[in-house]
Write a protein that binds this ligand. Sequence first.
Ligand code: NAG
Ligand code: NAG
Ligand code: NAG
Ligand code: NAG
Ligand code: NAG
Length: 231
Amino acid sequence: MDVQWVRVEPPKLGPRNSAVGLFFSMLLGVWYAQALEMSVGKVPFLEAVNGSTVMLPCSYSSCIGIENLYFNWQFNDNGTMHKVCESVIPSQGVEPHVSIYRERVEFVGKNRDSNISILLWNITFEDGGQYTCFGLNPKEKGKNHSAIFNLIVVDELRMVDNTLTIIIASAVGGAIALLMGFMLLKNFTLFVLSKLEEKNKECLVTSSGIDNTENGLSGSKADSKATPKKK
Ligand SMILES: *[C@@H]1O[C@H](CO)[C@@H](O)[C@H](O)[C@H]1NC(C)=O
Ligand SMILES: *[C@@H]1O[C@H](CO)[C@@H](O)[C@H](O)[C@H]1NC(C)=O
Ligand SMILES: *[C@@H]1O[C@H](CO)[C@@H](O)[C@H](O)[C@H]1NC(C)=O
Ligand SMILES: *[C@@H]1O[C@H](CO)[C@@H](O)[C@H](O)[C@H]1NC(C)=O
Ligand SMILES: *[C@@H]1O[C@H](CO)[C@@H](O)[C@H](O)[C@H]1NC(C)=O
């Protein structure tokens, strides 16, 4: 029952709904303006790396003022609500004594400017989920108000990205290196080939030169070369 109540109110604070809210507040005038409001801020979620310390923000406001305002934080663990902490604020600006039921939780809001934010130390993956900031102002005859804040615990997202970039970079680098290597190899091969060709040419030149000289000087050798071929 609590859960359903909890789900109804806060996520509907989009621009369109606030317009609808405005319309209703004009219709219902006094009642709406007097109601207690719980707020978790404009961004009702947070993505944080495990092991870090995060603040779950919440503040209240009421036009008719508060008197013995009861508030608590609840954690939605798979549908069952677990109380994180609770307290009663006698009046505006008084720092209440807060009972804490969950480890690594600290009440940092201290009711300064209606601030009832809590701090979650060294978060684990189990800490991820829905947190409800609940308020009940006896002046309103048992009307409940709440706002939901979502905590998303991630595992070193940036690191994964980095390794991915490194992988991509090394892959690209590797491809470039391979290309350069190939080009170098090609150039080297061409160079060797050209050298070989040069050598061949040299050989050809020299041999032809020799041939020429030999041809010119000693025809007998050409004859002696020719004779074994005929055998
Ligand atoms: C976060 O969780 C990962 C995976 O379980 C773990 O290796 C890492 O040490 C944790 N980081 C911190 C700061 O606890
Ligand atoms: C939470 O709910 C999921 C699926 O609905 C289930 O697999 C998981 O076992 C539940 N965890 C606990 C702690 O109940
Ligand atoms: C959070 O972790 C740090 C370092 O591991 C430790 O010194 C500190 O006591 C922890 N705080 C809480 C509230 O558990
Ligand atoms: C509530 O108090 C905490 C801790 O002092 C502070 O970091 C945060 O900004 C406050 N929030 C608002 C809305 O004033
Ligand atoms: C308001 O909250 C209290 C305590 O959680 C609960 O007992 C009561 O039924 C709720 N009232 C309404 C109208 O939802």
